[in-house]
Design a protein around this ligand. Structure first.
Ligand SMILES: N[C@@H](CCC(=O)N[C@@H](CS)C(=O)NCC(=O)O)C(=O)O
Length: 193
Protein backbone atom coordinates (compact mmCIF):
# COMPACT_ATOMS: atom_id res chain seq x y z
CA UNK A 1 0.00 0.00 0.00
CA UNK A 2 1.27 3.40 -0.85
CA UNK A 3 0.38 6.95 -0.17
CA UNK A 4 2.12 10.17 -1.08
CA UNK A 5 -0.09 12.37 1.00
CA UNK A 6 1.83 14.55 3.43
CA UNK A 7 0.90 16.93 6.17
CA UNK A 8 1.40 19.84 6.59
CA UNK A 9 1.45 21.19 2.97
CA UNK A 10 4.93 21.09 1.51
CA UNK A 11 6.64 24.22 0.20
CA UNK A 12 10.03 24.06 -1.48
CA UNK A 13 12.02 27.29 -1.78
CA UNK A 14 14.61 27.32 -4.56
CA UNK A 15 15.95 29.73 -7.09
CA UNK A 16 15.20 29.12 -10.77
CA UNK A 17 18.54 27.47 -11.52
CA UNK A 18 18.52 25.00 -8.62
CA UNK A 19 17.35 21.47 -9.40
CA UNK A 20 15.35 20.05 -6.53
CA UNK A 21 14.25 16.54 -5.63
CA UNK A 22 11.45 16.17 -3.15
CA UNK A 23 11.15 12.91 -1.26
CA UNK A 24 7.88 12.41 0.54
CA UNK A 25 8.10 9.72 3.20
CA UNK A 26 5.84 6.73 2.59
CA UNK A 27 3.41 5.94 5.37
CA UNK A 28 0.44 3.69 5.98
CA UNK A 29 -2.65 4.32 3.91
CA UNK A 30 -4.47 7.35 5.30
CA UNK A 31 -8.17 7.86 5.13
CA UNK A 32 -9.07 10.20 2.25
CA UNK A 33 -10.31 12.89 4.61
CA UNK A 34 -6.91 13.00 6.34
CA UNK A 35 -4.97 13.37 3.12
CA UNK A 36 -3.31 16.70 2.53
CA UNK A 37 -3.12 18.67 -0.67
CA UNK A 38 0.44 18.97 -1.91
CA UNK A 39 1.64 21.98 -3.82
CA UNK A 40 5.12 22.79 -5.05
CA UNK A 41 5.79 26.50 -5.34
CA UNK A 42 8.79 27.96 -7.15
CA UNK A 43 10.04 31.28 -5.79
CA UNK A 44 12.43 33.59 -7.61
CA UNK A 45 14.56 36.13 -5.71
CA UNK A 46 12.24 35.98 -2.77
CA UNK A 47 9.00 36.62 -4.64
CA UNK A 48 6.43 34.00 -5.56
CA UNK A 49 6.29 33.52 -9.33
CA UNK A 50 3.49 30.97 -9.35
CA UNK A 51 2.37 27.49 -8.45
CA UNK A 52 4.05 25.10 -10.83
CA UNK A 53 2.32 21.98 -9.65
CA UNK A 54 -0.89 21.63 -7.71
CA UNK A 55 -2.08 18.13 -6.99
CA UNK A 56 -5.75 17.53 -6.34
CA UNK A 57 -6.48 16.26 -2.86
CA UNK A 58 -6.83 12.52 -2.45
CA UNK A 59 -10.33 13.25 -1.18
CA UNK A 60 -11.27 13.95 -4.83
CA UNK A 61 -11.40 10.20 -5.32
CA UNK A 62 -13.71 9.62 -2.35
CA UNK A 63 -13.51 6.07 -1.13
CA UNK A 64 -12.08 4.61 -4.32
CA UNK A 65 -9.94 1.57 -3.50
CA UNK A 66 -7.43 0.75 -6.21
CA UNK A 67 -5.53 -2.47 -6.96
CA UNK A 68 -2.98 -2.47 -9.76
CA UNK A 69 -2.11 -5.76 -11.49
CA UNK A 70 1.27 -5.33 -13.06
CA UNK A 71 4.60 -6.64 -14.22
CA UNK A 72 7.18 -4.58 -12.38
CA UNK A 73 9.20 -3.94 -15.53
CA UNK A 74 6.26 -3.21 -17.84
CA UNK A 75 6.47 0.40 -19.11
CA UNK A 76 2.67 0.74 -19.31
CA UNK A 77 2.42 -0.31 -15.64
CA UNK A 78 5.12 2.17 -14.76
CA UNK A 79 3.08 4.88 -16.51
CA UNK A 80 0.05 4.02 -14.34
CA UNK A 81 2.14 4.03 -11.14
CA UNK A 82 3.55 7.43 -12.13
CA UNK A 83 0.01 8.74 -12.68
CA UNK A 84 -1.28 7.42 -9.34
CA UNK A 85 1.79 8.64 -7.45
CA UNK A 86 1.61 12.08 -9.08
CA UNK A 87 -1.98 12.42 -7.89
CA UNK A 88 -1.23 11.00 -4.45
CA UNK A 89 -3.68 8.14 -4.89
CA UNK A 90 -3.07 5.12 -2.66
CA UNK A 91 -3.15 1.70 -4.32
CA UNK A 92 -2.30 -1.93 -3.75
CA UNK A 93 -0.07 -3.77 -6.19
CA UNK A 94 -0.42 -7.37 -7.32
CA UNK A 95 2.65 -8.63 -9.16
CA UNK A 96 1.57 -10.87 -12.03
CA UNK A 97 3.67 -13.87 -12.99
CA UNK A 98 4.32 -13.21 -16.71
CA UNK A 99 4.39 -16.93 -17.56
CA UNK A 100 1.37 -18.35 -15.75
CA UNK A 101 -0.55 -15.09 -15.29
CA UNK A 102 -2.66 -16.84 -12.64
CA UNK A 103 -3.22 -13.56 -10.82
CA UNK A 104 -5.30 -12.22 -13.72
CA UNK A 105 -7.20 -15.44 -14.34
CA UNK A 106 -10.41 -13.54 -13.53
CA UNK A 107 -9.89 -11.34 -16.59
CA UNK A 108 -10.68 -11.90 -20.27
CA UNK A 109 -8.30 -9.03 -21.06
CA UNK A 110 -4.92 -10.76 -20.85
CA UNK A 111 -2.54 -7.79 -20.65
CA UNK A 112 -1.31 -5.64 -17.81
CA UNK A 113 -1.81 -3.08 -16.43
CA UNK A 114 -5.26 -3.87 -15.10
CA UNK A 115 -6.67 -1.65 -12.36
CA UNK A 116 -9.50 -2.85 -10.13
CA UNK A 117 -11.33 0.15 -8.74
CA UNK A 118 -13.91 -0.22 -6.02
CA UNK A 119 -16.28 2.65 -5.28
CA UNK A 120 -18.92 0.33 -3.84
CA UNK A 121 -18.85 -1.86 -6.91
CA UNK A 122 -15.65 -3.42 -8.24
CA UNK A 123 -14.86 -2.30 -11.77
CA UNK A 124 -12.06 -3.42 -14.05
CA UNK A 125 -10.09 -0.81 -15.98
CA UNK A 126 -7.85 -2.11 -18.78
CA UNK A 127 -5.10 -0.26 -20.65
CA UNK A 128 -2.77 2.37 -19.17
CA UNK A 129 -4.35 5.24 -21.12
CA UNK A 130 -7.91 4.27 -20.20
CA UNK A 131 -6.84 3.98 -16.57
CA UNK A 132 -5.28 7.46 -16.47
CA UNK A 133 -8.04 9.15 -18.47
CA UNK A 134 -10.91 7.50 -16.58
CA UNK A 135 -9.47 8.13 -13.11
CA UNK A 136 -8.66 11.75 -14.00
CA UNK A 137 -12.22 12.19 -15.27
CA UNK A 138 -13.51 10.66 -12.02
CA UNK A 139 -11.41 13.07 -9.97
CA UNK A 140 -12.85 16.08 -11.78
CA UNK A 141 -16.46 14.98 -12.35
CA UNK A 142 -18.63 15.54 -9.35
CA UNK A 143 -21.83 13.99 -10.66
CA UNK A 144 -20.70 10.76 -12.33
CA UNK A 145 -19.75 7.43 -10.85
CA UNK A 146 -16.92 5.35 -12.25
CA UNK A 147 -19.25 2.98 -14.08
CA UNK A 148 -20.77 5.87 -16.05
CA UNK A 149 -17.30 7.21 -16.81
CA UNK A 150 -16.09 3.83 -18.06
CA UNK A 151 -18.95 3.73 -20.56
CA UNK A 152 -17.19 6.63 -22.36
CA UNK A 153 -14.28 4.29 -23.17
CA UNK A 154 -15.98 1.44 -25.07
CA UNK A 155 -14.01 -1.66 -25.94
CA UNK A 156 -13.41 -2.46 -29.63
CA UNK A 157 -12.11 -5.81 -30.85
CA UNK A 158 -10.68 -6.37 -34.30
CA UNK A 159 -8.27 -8.70 -36.09
CA UNK A 160 -4.90 -7.36 -37.16
CA UNK A 161 -3.17 -8.18 -40.47
CA UNK A 162 -1.91 -11.48 -38.97
CA UNK A 163 -5.42 -12.48 -37.90
CA UNK A 164 -4.66 -11.88 -34.21
CA UNK A 165 -7.48 -10.41 -32.14
CA UNK A 166 -6.64 -6.94 -30.84
CA UNK A 167 -8.49 -5.06 -28.11
CA UNK A 168 -8.61 -1.28 -28.24
CA UNK A 169 -10.54 1.42 -26.42
CA UNK A 170 -12.23 4.50 -27.89
CA UNK A 171 -11.34 7.91 -26.45
CA UNK A 172 -8.52 6.44 -24.35
CA UNK A 173 -6.38 9.56 -24.52
CA UNK A 174 -9.21 11.85 -23.46
CA UNK A 175 -10.48 13.13 -20.16
CA UNK A 176 -14.26 13.11 -20.74
CA UNK A 177 -15.80 16.23 -19.23
CA UNK A 178 -18.95 18.32 -19.57
CA UNK A 179 -18.72 21.89 -20.85
CA UNK A 180 -18.89 23.42 -17.40
CA UNK A 181 -16.13 21.17 -16.07
CA UNK A 182 -13.91 22.06 -19.03
CA UNK A 183 -14.43 25.79 -18.35
CA UNK A 184 -13.64 25.29 -14.68
CA UNK A 185 -10.54 23.12 -15.06
CA UNK A 186 -9.12 24.10 -18.44
CA UNK A 187 -9.96 27.82 -18.79
CA UNK A 188 -7.59 28.31 -21.73
CA UNK A 189 -6.84 25.94 -24.62
CA UNK A 190 -3.15 26.18 -23.66
CA UNK A 191 -3.81 24.57 -20.26
CA UNK A 192 -5.35 21.46 -21.88
CA UNK A 193 -2.06 20.39 -23.46
N1 LIG B 1 -2.02 -0.58 -24.75
C1 LIG B 1 -1.73 -1.31 -23.52
C2 LIG B 1 -0.50 -2.16 -23.72
C3 LIG B 1 -0.24 -3.07 -22.53
C4 LIG B 1 0.77 -4.15 -22.84
O1 LIG B 1 1.12 -4.38 -24.01
N2 LIG B 1 1.26 -4.81 -21.80
C5 LIG B 1 2.16 -5.91 -21.97
C6 LIG B 1 3.21 -5.91 -20.88
S1 LIG B 1 4.32 -4.53 -21.02
C7 LIG B 1 1.40 -7.22 -21.82
O2 LIG B 1 0.68 -7.42 -20.87
N3 LIG B 1 1.56 -8.09 -22.81
C8 LIG B 1 0.86 -9.36 -22.83
C9 LIG B 1 1.57 -10.46 -22.19
O3 LIG B 1 2.59 -10.25 -21.55
O4 LIG B 1 1.07 -11.56 -22.31
C10 LIG B 1 -1.56 -0.29 -22.37
O5 LIG B 1 -1.27 0.88 -22.64
O6 LIG B 1 -1.76 -0.66 -21.21
Amino acid sequence: MKTRASSPPLHVHVDESTPVHVHVKKSQRTSPSKAAQVSIVIYSSGSQTGVSLKLPSVSDTGDLRLTLYQYKTCPFCSKVRAFLDYHGLPYDVVEVNPVMRKEIQFSQYRKVPILLADDGETLQLNDSSVISSAIKTYMISKDKNLKQILSYYPEMKYKDEKGKEVTEYSNKYWVMLGEQEVEEHYPSKESMK
